[in-house]
Write a protein that binds this ligand. Structure first.
Ligand code: ATP
Ligand code: MG
Length: 198
């Protein structure tokens, strides 16, 4: 049976922290592929870039790696995105396989508030990727029921990338060159340096 990772997130924008975590998960857990699923929006966080731009950036950044792909299930479903729906829909699309839902430890910490989280635990193995500044301890209810996965410590966040873009600071080497160019080209996050396309 194929082993497939699902990485949900707003990817606003995707960055090397996401890609390094997915790559490590693929290696450590023997995954055949990792599907990145950008949210439409989450109830506690409205993305700054539109869903199509975020999916386009995720597609560009993941294109060079044959293990990675992008699914638009959450965007196509519309409305707020819940991990339960992401995993249900992808499970139906992918057919019989072993699913691993990969999140950073920061995201996993709030899991008890997620829709149908107990059901979700039976649908996919939960993987908490370590993240600089985040606890490496699982929430009590997840102890013994989720995998803590040490991944390379990249202190990169989409928030920091958006902040840097807004201030005109460089984001090179924090995310893929294609994503840096797309942000400038589209003027996302207040990018002004549209003329400085490499
Ligand atoms: P934002 O600052 O907007 O919240 P983010 O960098 O946290 O953005 P998300 O789209 O929220 O990115 O994250 C998607 C998933 O990737 C989450 O589960 C998050 O914990 C995980 N993740 C993000 N950055 C890293 C990183 N540097 N290392 C490990 N995991 C990460
Ligand atoms: Mg986040």
């Amino acid at each position: 049976m194929k082993r497939i990772g699902i990485m949900g997130g707003s990817f606003d924008p995707i960055h090397y922290g996401h890609l390094a975590a997915a790559s490590q998960a693929a290696f450590s857990l023997g995954l055949d592929r990792v599907v990145f699923a950008p949210t439409n929006f989450s109830l506690n966080k409205r993305p700054k870039a539109g869903a199509r731009d975020r999916c386009a950036m995720a597609a560009m950044a993941t294109a060079p790696d044959p293990r990675f792909s992008v699914s638009q299930v959450d965007v196509e479903r519309g409305g707020p995105t819940f991990a339960f729906d992401t995993v249900s829909d992808l499970s139906a699309i992918l057919g019989p396989c072993e699913l691993f839902f990969i999140t950073g430890m920061d995201a996993l910490a709030g899991m008890e508030g997620w829709k149908n989280w107990e059901d979700l635990l039976s649908m996919a193995k939960f993987v908490g990727a370590t993240r600089p500044g985040c606890s490496t301890r699982l929430p009590e209810k997840l102890e013994g029921r989720a995998i803590v996965l040490p991944v390379p410590s990249l202190a990169i966040s989409s928030t920091e990338i958006r902040r840097r873009v807004g201030r005109g600071e460089p984001i090179d080497y924090l995310t893929a060159p294609s994503v840096c160019r797309f942000i400038r080209f589209r003027g996302l996050y207040g990018a002004e340096f549209v003329h400085r396309v490499n």
